[in-house]
Design a protein around this ligand. Structure first.
Ligand code: SF4
Length: 123
C-alpha cells in the first residue's frame, strides 16, 4: 500500500511517501529530509498518537485556568473521548508545572499534567 504521510516532527512538514503493508510493516519511505521521520512514520501508520493540549479551570488561583497536556501522547483515536473527559473538570490552586491533575485518563496509561504554575490566592 502506498500513502503520503506528512511528517509533523518539525515545522518543515515533509510529505513522506510510504510503501507499507500490515504483514511486512514499512517497506520504504521517500521524501523525508532527515532520519527522524522513520520512528514517526512507523507510529503514524500502526499506532498514531497525539499530544492533547487544553486548559482546566482552577479554584482559588491567581489565574482562572491552568494549561495542561497529555503525558505521554494519547492514541489519536481517543482524542475526542479524552477531551470530553477533561471538559468540566476543575482543579484547585496551588498547581505546579508537572503536577498530575488526572492520572491514567480513561485507562490510556497517560496522565493530564499541568504546564504552568498557578499560585493560591485565598486562605
Ligand atoms: S523528516 Fe525531518 S525535516 Fe522533515 S518534517 Fe520530519 S523531522 Fe522535519
Amino acid at each position: 500500500m502506498n500513502d503520503t504521510v506528512i511528517c509533523i516532527v518539525c515545522p518543515v512538514s515533509c510529505p513522506v511517501e510510504v510503501d507499507w503493508s500490515e504483514d511486512e510493516g514499512i517497506n520504504s519511505i521517500q521524501g523525508h529530509l532527515c532520519r527522524l521521520a522513520h520512528d514517526f512514520i512507523q507510529s503514524e501508520i500502526f499506532d498514531p498518537k497525539r499530544m492533547l493540549t487544553t486548559s482546566m479551570p482552577v479554584d482559588d488561583g491567581d489565574w482562572p485556568l491552568v494549561s495542561v497536556k497529555s503525558d505521554p501522547a494519547i492514541p489519536k483515536a481517543m482524542m475526542l473521548e479524552v477531551m470530553d473527559a477533561v471538559i468540566g473538570l476543575r482543579t484547585e490552586a496551588p498547581v505546579r508545572v508537572g503536577d498530575v491533575l488526572i492520572e491514567n485518563i480513561l485507562d490510556t496509561g497517560c496522565n493530564i499534567v499541568a504546564t504552568r504554575n498557578v499560585k493560591r490566592v485565598k486562605a
